[in-house]
Design a protein around this ligand. Sequence first.
Ligand SMILES: Nc1nc2c(c(=O)[nH]1)N[C@H]1C(S)=C(S)[C@@H](COP(=O)(O)O)O[C@H]1N2
Ligand SMILES: [Mo]
Length: 221
Amino acid sequence: MKLPPGQRAVDGFPRFGTHLHHPPPPIPDDPVIAVDGALTEGFTLPVAGLAELPRRAIEADFHCVAGWSATGLRWEGIAFETLYRTRVVPRLRPGAVISHVVFDGLDGYRSITLLEDVLHADVLIADRLDGRPLDGDHGAPVRLVSPAQYGFVNTKHLCRIGFRTSQPRDPDRWSPLAAHRRARVWEEERHRYLPGRIVRPVYRSLIGPIRRLSARGGSSS
Ligand SMILES: Nc1nc2c(c(=O)[nH]1)N[C@H]1C(S)=C(S)[C@@H](COP(=O)(O)O)O[C@H]1N2
Ligand SMILES: [Mo]
């Protein structure tokens, strides 16, 4: 299968992220996803309840902005689009027009994306990978999966989703890297200001060190 520009296939699916060598966060006994923002009232979605909502399965490649791609992953979960249309839209504040969505992880990680970029049919809140429950390396108990956007949008250990009517401030940890606000892999939207092609070698040089560090805190170590 063809990969997006500047990506190289890797064997398997490495653990990767700003968590570096830190182990995955502990999972609460009864994990929930808090949903808030421009709603008349926030609510929580028990992770255990996701199994009863309409399920969606996809097969997709996963593309990290640093330049590696894991191919042929089978994800299962609920469609983000279903959550948005059935649970969020009916609770929007009158007149609220959502433009951005904020995804928070139990480890303090945050990604911010345009709403339109996560309303595609292949965007999931995933609880299973390759036929098994998600493990700590890949985002237990649930993660965002948005295959057409770089990995950094795909928040692992998802615990909160915020629906916003304007561009939120950048999460501090990403500001020095100036991550692209849309991060679409086929457009090579890696860096916010520099062309994707230009930053390839710099980003690629980070793969080895980050991969080795991430593996140290992961389950395969
Ligand atoms: N909670 C959380 N989610 C995260 C990260 C992280 O550090 N913490 N790293 C992001 C980055 S940069 C990538 S490439 C992918 C890696 O996902 P994987 O570890 O399942 O390969 O997770 C993304 N989601
Ligand atoms: Mo990444």
